[in-house]
Design a protein around this ligand. Structure first.
Ligand code: HEC
Ligand code: HEC
Ligand code: HEC
Ligand code: HEC
Ligand code: HEC
Length: 222
């Protein structure tokens, strides 16, 4: 009797944990590490920043001159995607097939790229769609500090801290996710370490141009 009750409890707790863990948006209070929500368009950093080697600041140009890195407007995507309407492999395959069969190439349009046109209020030929206004793509925000914390991208970028130090290997991520906790301890650890490594006699800092980041409360709290 005791045995089976214990077994029942172990299985029940195990199952409970498993459903918790498999819930894709499991978030511990105060720690959003690993948070990687589904986005309205399947945008891939691995493809754009990794394979195509686009610079982070090409799209997140705000990080150089303001607090916020910013998400690029749909017009920036259109610079390329008025021309690139589908996966390149599919386009090449269709080109080869059309040549082999001696017919006209069929225009391809990926459903994900079509969503970019919809947001821009245009059709695949770049003509405005009647009655449809351009709107921004409703990207789901991933990183968010509480309101009582002051954070500024600009000082970090100017100080030579790589995006990856704080966001992890984004260029390898199919879907963007939060890599670090963004807790106070996490900020402090780097501020202290950078300070130590730049003291005279301690050898050069890894980040050229990095100065002594402050650990005063007032620097990060209003
Ligand atoms: C072609 C434009 C483009 C390039 C290049 C690019 N990004 Fe992004 N980035 C986006 C878009 C669009 C989003 C919003 C959708 C998403 O989260 O995937 C985003 C989201 C992010 C986020 C999450 C923002 C949030 O919601 O908290 C981070 C962090 C980020 N990018 C960092 C980087 C880094 C680091 C690089 C360089 C390795 C980079 N990005 C290169 C377009 C780009
Ligand atoms: C500098 C040019 C460039 C910019 C800017 C750019 N892309 Fe792309 N994107 C490409 C290329 C090239 C491909 C196809 C790569 C391949 O198939 O190997 C692609 C592929 C894609 C795909 C996959 C299409 C499919 O069906 O396989 C999506 C989705 C996408 N881009 C979304 C975006 C969004 C959203 C933005 C703006 C935030 C953006 N891109 C900005 C060049 C660009
Ligand atoms: C010192 C750590 C650090 C560095 C370096 C850093 N970020 Fe961030 N990033 C953060 C934090 C913290 C947040 C959340 C900010 C908030 O909620 O106000 C954030 C938010 C973002 C966001 C979404 C919100 C916004 O600000 O628009 C994007 C996109 C982003 N970072 C991209 C980048 C890119 C690209 C780089 C490199 C050019 C970069 N970050 C460098 C820590 C960093
Ligand atoms: C990977 C290392 C790193 C992390 C993580 C980091 N910082 Fe920094 N931070 C720096 C460096 C380096 C500087 C100094 C840049 C300079 O002055 O050249 C700095 C400067 C600052 C400054 C400007 C004040 C000053 O002393 O110059 C503020 C504010 C700040 N950081 C807030 C934060 C907050 C808030 C977080 C956590 C959400 C954070 N930082 C996480 C490296 C980091
Ligand atoms: C380098 C930036 C930085 C410095 C310096 C800093 N904090 Fe924080 N602090 C943070 C961040 C980021 C959070 C939010 C952490 C979170 O939400 O997990 C935070 C949160 C807090 C909280 C709220 C705790 C909670 O559970 O929500 C208090 C209180 C606090 N800090 C006090 C201080 C005091 C006192 C000092 C000076 C000794 C200080 N902080 C210095 C970045 C900093």
């Amino acid at each position: 009797m005791f045995q089976s009750l214990r077994l029942f409890l172990v299985v029940a707790i195990g199952l409970g944990l498993m459903t918790l863990i498999s819930a894709s948006d499991l978030r511990m209070p105060g720690n959003d590490r690993g948070y990687s929500p589904e986005q309205p368009i399947a945008f891939s950093h691995r493809l754009h920043a990794g394979e195509l080697k686009m610079d982070c600041l090409f799209c997140h140009y705000g990080a150089r001159k303001s607090r916020h890195a910013g998400i690029p407007p749909v017009e920036l995507c259109l610079n390329c995607h008025l021309h690139v309407k589908a996966n390149l492999d599919d386009i090449f395959l269709e080109k080869a097939a059309a040549e082999a069969e001696g017919r006209e190439e069929r225009p391809l349009l990926s459903s994900e790229i079509e969503k970019i046109y919809q947001a821009a209020g245009i059709n695949a030929d770049g003509e405005p769609l009647e009655g449809q206004l351009a709107e921004s793509i409703p990207w789901v925000r991933i990183h968010r500090l509480p309101d009582h914390v002051y954070f500024d991208h600009r000082v970090h970028v100017a100080g030579g801290v790589a995006c990856q130090s704080c966001h992890g290997p984004v260029q390898a991520m199919e879907r963007a996710r939060q890599e670090h906790s963004l807790s106070m301890g996490w900020c402090m650890d780097c501020h202290r370490q950078t300070k130590r490594s730049t003291l005279p006699g301690d050898g050069a800092s890894n980040d050229p141009g990095a100065t002594n980041p402050s650990v005063d409360c007032a620097v990060c709290h209003y």
